[in-house]
Design a protein. Structure first.
Length: 322
């Protein structure tokens, strides 16, 4: 009997340890991937999202965001992919400065960059974006995407998550001076989206490029205007930037070299799918017959490449009809 009692005690102890391990694991999942603000320049920091699709496990932390500390307050560039992430970004900002967030500049209205906006709006921040995003904001596409995200990204995106409009919709380029720091906001869309803009700090030679630049992963092309996107990348090279903060991936200190992946990938999509569309080759055959070896080693290739190729095929069919 004593042996049975000791065995029971051992099993109880083991179960307690297992339960504690599961609890700790659940807590780690709830926290999501690490978020650490990395300094870019004397006034600027950024946080880097993971190279993955959005999921409950990563709280939709799949894109980058940045902030610039000025004597008059903090300017945030992009708001991340869930309100919880935005709150974590606010906590990172407070580690650097007690000054409030006064402005949020949105590079484009994709879900992974905007679902955190409401957290900044609640703090009294003024939101600035390109006016071309208003069409998306009022579209069925935006409504359905949010509905789907409330299911696919729960509990981080839920019924309390809402789309937040800008306080100022830009119709053209704008230079904003806050606390003596100059922010050059430049329109570069339609490219990745109709409403793309970039932000340049001439005083520190930092360019916040949004999703015009993807580093170390396959770009998300979607229904982008890839022809103008390639031209916009050339425009970015006219900035005297010492460092580029991309929309996805690590910092870039070699502008031309590090834009090359995005540019070359877009060019290859257009060349291969354009030839197929011009020859009336069915997409499935065209995709199978294309040599993807230059890009297939990159993260998210298997998830995104076929969709990118198909959308480019349709785009070039339309361009050919004009």
């Amino acid at each position: 009997m004593r042996t049975r009692g000791m065995d029971a005690a051992r099993w109880a102890a083991r179960l307690m340890v297992a339960a504690l391990a599961l609890s700790l694991a659940a807590g780690a999942r709830a926290e999501g991937p690490a978020m650490v603000a990395q300094q870019v320049s004397p006034s600027a920091w950024y946080v880097e999202g993971v190279s993955a699709l959005g999921s409950p496990a990563n709280q939709n932390f799949i894109s980058n965001a940045a902030f610039v500390v000025t004597p008059a307050g903090v300017v945030v560039i992009d708001a991340l992919g869930s309100p919880a992430l935005a709150e974590r970004l606010l906590a990172e900002i407070r580690k650097v400065t007690p000054r409030p967030v006064t402005h949020v500049i949105v590079t484009h209205y994709h879900a992974d960059h905007i679902y955190g906006l409401q957290a900044f709006k609640a703090q009294g921040a003024r939101i600035i974006a390109h006016g071309a995003a208003r069409e998306y904001m009022n579209s069925e596409t935006a409504r359905l995407r949010l509905e789907a995200s409330r299911v696919e990204l729960a509990p981080w995106v839920n019924d309390e998550t809402r789309l937040v409009e800008a306080d100022e919709w830009l119709a053209g380029d704008k230079t904003l001076t806050i606390g003596g720091v100059e922010f050059q906001i430049r329109i570069v869309g339609p490219s990745h989206t109709p409403e793309d803009l970039v932000v340049y700090l001439p005083g520190e030679k930092v360019l916040f490029a949004g999703d015009l630049v993807f580093r170390s992963r396959i770009p998300y092309v979607g229904k982008a205007d890839s022809r103008h996107w390639i031209l916009a990348l050339e425009k970015l090279l006219t900035f005297d930037a010492g460092v580029i903060v991309p929309g996805h991936g690590p910092l870039s200190h070699e502008a031309r070299k590090d834009m090359q992946l995005t540019r070359d990938y877009l060019r290859y999509l257009r060349a291969s799918m354009g030839k197929a569309a011009a020859n009336l080759e069915p997409f499935d055959d065209a995709y199978k017959n294309t040599d993807w070896s230059e890009f297939e080693h990159l993260p998210l290739f298997r998830v995104a490449n076929r969709m990118n190729a198909y959308n480019t095929y349709l785009l070039l069919e339309q361009e050919g009809d004009k």
